[in-house]
Design a protein around this ligand. Structure first.
Ligand SMILES: C[S@@+](CC[C@H](N)C(=O)[O-])C[C@H]1O[C@@H](n2cnc3c(N)ncnc32)[C@H](O)[C@@H]1O
Length: 208
């Protein structure tokens, strides 16, 4: 379990059987922006130890699917959810989705990916931005038209540049710092709605 500091959200996650206190960030985002719906296919990038996938799995229900990927193994067994241990920088996610009966496009791409922090702010910020760019490239490839993308960034001078690239691709881009984010953390989340990419996914491309 990824509990570190035993604060209010730590205790709450533990009592509700969530793998990490991060669940409450996604819950707050979803309650505000209504991103996860019954029947949706969801990609969870940087999924370990699994609390976002736990939450997504309950939101998409029996008809939905969740695929979580992480460098680390994930020990949970959840309905309609698969976990893959791999490096997103190297794997062929489209092939993985096809192999797991979850052919693209997906309705939602979530990324809570974070680098192993070094304590050197500039290094951590650059690595976080690289993971955001990787997540965005994944959304470009696999997210359906009008789909949603959520992505975590460690705040830096690159914030505006990255937001501009998001605004070119999505109809609406919001920024949120969830209530459960630790005081000392520099993380913020981009909530990107209405993917403007009109990539044709063939027979899987039906708009919702
Ligand atoms: C903050 S944790 C995610 C917590 C998760 N959302 C949850 O609720 O349990 C960030 C994760 O990003 C993963 N990560 C970082 N770089 C990655 C990469 N290149 N490919 C896959 N996962 C990566 C890390 O291994 C780490 O488990």
């Amino acid at each position: 379990m990824a509990y570190q500091q035993k604060d209010y959200f730590f205790q709450k996650a533990k009592s509700e059987n969530y793998a990490a206190r991060s669940i409450f960030k996604l819950q707050e985002i979803n309650e505000r922006f209504k991103i996860l719906r019954a029947g949706y296919k969801v990609l969870d990038l940087g999924a370990a130890p699994g609390s976002w996938s736990q939450y997504a799995s309950t939101q998409v229900g029996k008809q939905g699917r969740v695929l979580g990927i992480d460098l680390q193994p994930i020990q949970l067994t959840l309905p309609n959810t698969m976990f893959i241990q791999d490096d997103l920088r190297k794997c062929d996610l489209e092939a993985i989705l096809n192999a797991h009966q979850m052919p693209p496009p997906v309705d939602v791409v979530l990324s809570d990916m974070a680098p192993k922090t070094t304590g050197i702010h500039i290094t951590d910020q650059i690595r976080s931005l690289e993971l955001c760019e990787l997540a965005l490239a994944t959304a470009d490839q696999l997210l359906r038209p009008r789909g949603s993308f959520i992505c975590k960034l460690f705040q830096s001078d690159e914030f505006e540049n990255f937001r501009s690239s998001l605004r070119k691709r999505f109809g609406k881009v919001e920024v949120l710092r969830p209530k459960s984010t630790r005081k000392e953390s520099k993380e913020i989340f981009f909530i990107c709605l209405q993917n403007q990419n009109s990539k044709n996914f063939g027979k899987n491309s039906a708009l919702r």
